[in-house]
Each structure stands twice: as structure tokens, then as C-alpha cells.
Design a binder for this molecule. Structure first.
Ligand SMILES: [Zn+2]
Ligand SMILES: [Zn+2]
Length: 325
């Protein structure tokens, strides 16, 4: 399933939430919307890589190193995907271990890096330093700032929906965020929020964000450069410049693989034009619910209010990160 629908939804809601209080932020986002949305996904989920590759048709499948046993096209066993850089091959699980905590800040740090984990209360300082540095480092910073703001929406959205930070009062099917209720969240966000409420052209938006450039500022906010700027003054620990080039290669792969995934995800989220039923695999994951039952359940659980809460939280962090500019 697709974390991307949820993260784009939080980002769009964050932009709506900041519109009245700080129209200049909303304007900057609107001028670089593709990069804002790219930051909202690729800015953090660096494990957006295949799981396996078919040596017959060349197809790549799976996510983050996990994959089906066989190619869905020709039923040949898949070979594990690896990314090779500078003579070293990396499985996506290794990339995840190396980088995930650095982009999510609050969780996901592995073993010896666990001491670099941040508290929620430290986020405003961290984000403000990154935005200030982005304005200072680049001659034309706006697109990069939009990307950074997208990444901020991801950090906040993930922390709330995964209950790393308390605040959400959501019980949908069997919990707040579970593998069984994710199809309900995605289908509601895709159809009700995205199409009905916001007239979003998901295909267009999801294609465009994969076309955005790899942003070097990501190595800065993941502390994978030489320590520099206000970020290094406020957060002197945890800098690891030797993996910067690897990150750039990973970010290119993230965009390349998402282009392959996007049509599959769009197809899976589409409803049957005649019966209005959803993909049978999505129904199976939820324990056999049909689309209408899922939407009724989301409404009863006040999922739309949950989205509003996440959006407003994102908006507050966007506002504070930019307040000294
Ligand atoms: Zn994430
Ligand atoms: Zn194949």
C-alpha cells in the first residue's frame, strides 16, 4: 500500500491551514507545488525502492526491499533488488537502517544512532534552522524551501498518524493506523478528500512530483554533510558526511521507482466504473469490507476531522519554521 496518498493529503491540508495566517507561505508553496509534494514524500521515505527484479521481463516490484516471490507478469521468481554505489551493493533494508531516522527525526533511528533522536519540543528549532539555512545557502532558495516545507509536513504527519506523538483520537476498524485500516484511509483520502472535496488530479500530481530535481538540501536536513549553518550550531551532534553521495543516488532511485509504482497505485485505488466497488485486494486487507462500508466506517470514526487536525498541526510548524524570514 501507498504511504504516498496519506503524505500528499497531509501536505495539501498543511498548505490550506497556513493560507490565512501566512499567505506568503502558501504562495511560495503554490509556486513550487511539485517540489513541495516531492518533499512531502521523498524528503523522508528514502526506502522508496523496489524489492525484487524479474530477470525475464525486467519488471521491478515490491517496496523497501519486500517483494512478492514471483513476477506478477510471467511468474518467474524475483531476484532481490540491490543498489550499487562506489563498488558496494546495498539492499533497501540497509538504506532504511542508515537513513530513516535522519529524515524522520523523532523515530526510526538504529542502534548506535539512537542517541540522535529528537523530541517533539525540539522540532521548531530544527525546522527553523533548516529553513534559515536554505535561504542562506542558495542564490535561488524558494524551490528548496518548498521542498523543505513538504518534508516538515511528512515528519509531523508520520509522528501523529503513527502515534509517535499523542494527539489523534482516531479508532478506525482496529486502531489508529494499522495495516488493515490503511486501505480505508487511502481510499477516503483519494476519493472523498482528494477528488470530491479538492478536485485533485492525482495522476497529474503524482507524475509531476517524480519529475522534480533531487534536492541537495536534503543532505543538510538529514545531517549528511559537513556540519554547517544554523543547524550545526543548534544541533552539533550526529553529522555523517561520508554518506552524502550515497544519499543522492538513493534519491534518484526513489524518483525512478516511484514512476513505476504510480500507475499501479492509481489503478489499485480506482473504483469499478459500473459497480463502484474497490480493488478486491484492498477489500481483502480490511477483512472483506466493500467500498461503501469503508467510507461509512471512516465517517463514523470522524476520519475527516483527524485529517483536519493533522493539517492544522502541519500548518503550525510551517508557520513557525518561517516566522523569522
Ligand atoms: Zn515516513
Ligand atoms: Zn517478469
Amino acid at each position: 500500500m501507498s504511504g504516498i496518498i496519506g503524505h500528499l493529503t497531509y501536505a495539501i491540508l498543511g498548505r490550506q491551514a497556513v493560507l490565512e495566517k501566512a499567505p506568503q507561505i502558501a504562495q511560495l508553496i503554490d509556486e513550487h507545488l511539485d517540489s513541495y509534494l516531492a518533499g512531502a514524500y521523498f524528503g523522508a521515505d528514502i526506502m522508496t525502492l523496489p524489492g525484487g527484479r524479474c530477470i525475464v521481463c525486467g519488471g521491478e516490484y515490491g517496496y523497501g526491499g519486500n517483494h512478492p516471490d514471483r513476477c506478477p507478469e510471467d511468474h518467474i521468481p524475483l531476484h532481490p533488488y540491490t543498489l550499487t554505489f562506489d563498488g558496494v551493493s546495498y539492499r533497501p533494508q540497509i538504506i532504511h537502517r542508515m537513513f530513516y531516522g535522519r529524515s524522520h527525526l523523532l523515530f526510526g533511528w538504529q542502534r548506535e544512532q539512537a542517541k540522535f533522536r529528537l523530541e517533539w519540543s525540539q522540532l521548531p528549532d530544527y525546522f527553523e534552522a533548516v529553513v534559515a539555512d536554505t535561504f542562506n545557502f542558495y542564490r535561488r532558495p524558494e524551490r528548496r524551501v518548498a521542498y523543505v516545507m513538504g518534508w516538515i509536513s511528512h515528519v509531523i504527519g508520520d509522528a501523529l498518524i503513527k502515534s509517535i506523538q499523542p494527539g489523534l483520537d482516531l479508532y478506525l476498524l482496529n486502531g489508529t493506523y494499522t495495516s488493515q485500516n490503511r486501505p480505508i484511509q487511502d481510499l477516503f483520502s483519494f476519493h472523498h478528500f482528494g477528488r470530491t472535496e479538492c478536485q485533485i488530479d492525482w495522476a497529474n500530481l503524482m507524475f509531476n512530483l517524480t519529475e522534480t530535481p533531487v534536492e541537495s538540501v536534503q543532505a543538510h536536513f538529514m545531517r549528511l554533510t559537513q556540519p554547517c549553518g544554523q543547524l550545526a550550531e543548534k544541533f552539533p551532534e550526529g553529522w555523517l558526511p561520508q554518506h552524502k553521495q550515497l544519499l543522492y543516488v538513493v534519491m534518484g532511485e526513489n524518483r525512478r521507482y516511484q514512476k513505476i509504482r504510480t500507475p499501479r497505485l492509481l489503478q489499485q485505488l480506482e473504483l469499478d466504473p459500473i459497480t463502484q466497488s474497490c480493488d478486491s485486494e484492498l477489500s481483502r486487507i480490511t477483512g472483506g469490507l466493500v467500498f461503501e462500508e469503508m467510507m461509512r466506517m471512516a465517517e463514523a470514526a470522524k476520519f475527516r476531522q483527524t485529517l483536519t487536525y493533522i493539517g492544522e498541526s502541519v500548518g503550525k510548524f510551517l508557520f513557525s519554521s518561517y516566522s523569522k524570514q
